[in-house]
Ligand binder design. Structure first.
Ligand SMILES: [Zn+2]
Length: 218
């Protein structure tokens, strides 16, 4: 077993027996600093897959992401210094991820929102449209500094800007850890979100979501 996996596990679960097998793999299939873990129950085997970019990251931060993945797969909520370091790393990272993807419509939306609500101070992230079938209005991914917006929102630029604003707030505020839970929509987030000029935007968006059978947004 890879020593980082072993050390990560022992630190998290000192009373548990280390009786599984595990492997650490770097994968070029991942973008940014994404990672995942697969557990096969019949073999009691964990495969941790980290994007290739992780290769040069320090061991203590790597342990943080491994522990984070252990928490996810074991449905535990163990807190460690490494996880804390990993969270700081992830938040800082966003400022250094290369911006390579953009789209004219999204860029214009970003510029409008940036000027109105962020004094033009926000650095442009990657901006992409999700496929027409994607049932998510928008997402912001920290690891790749990317805002993804549903293509269906092209129909309504006001709602597009509103979703853009929401995702930009994620980029600005990152996330908080509170009582061991990750908080993405903090009270501060919601306060800022309400500053959007169209006070009916939320109900218009709910209508839009129902009409197009979206699952929601993040
Ligand atoms: Zn959100």
């Amino acid at each position: 077993m890879h020593y980082l996996i072993k050390n990560s596990f022992i630190e998290m679960y000192p009373d548990k027996e280390l009786n599984f097998d595990a492997k650490l793999k770097y994968s070029k299939a991942f973008k940014g600093y994404n990672a995942n873990v697969k557990y096969s129950r019949n073999k009691d085997f964990f495969e941790f897959r980290l994007s290739y970019n992780w290769k040069d990251v320090s061991s203590e931060i790597k342990m943080g992401i491994i522990q984070n993945l252990f928490n996810r797969v074991n449905k535990t909520n163990v807190k460690t210094l490494n996880i804390e370091m990993y969270n700081i790393f992830l938040k800082k990272l966003t400022d250094y991820v290369p911006v390579t993807k953009t789209d004219e419509i999204l860029e214009k939306s970003f510029d409008r929102v940036n000027e109105t609500y962020f004094d033009n101070l926000m650095i442009k992230p990657n901006l992409i449209f999700g496929g027409k079938n994607i049932q998510t209005l928008g997402t912001y991914s920290y690891g790749t500094d990317t805002i993804m917006i549903s293509k269906l929102l092209i129909k309504d630029l006001n709602l597009l800007d509103y979703v853009m604003y929401h995702e930009m707030l994620h980029k600005k505020l990152k996330y908080q850890q509170k009582n061991g839970r990750t908080q993405h929509h903090s009270p501060e987030f919601k306060r800022l979100e309400r500053l959007y000029f169209d006070k009916d935007a939320e109900s218009k968006l709910n209508k839009f979501v129902r009409k197009h059978k979206f699952k929601g947004w993040f």
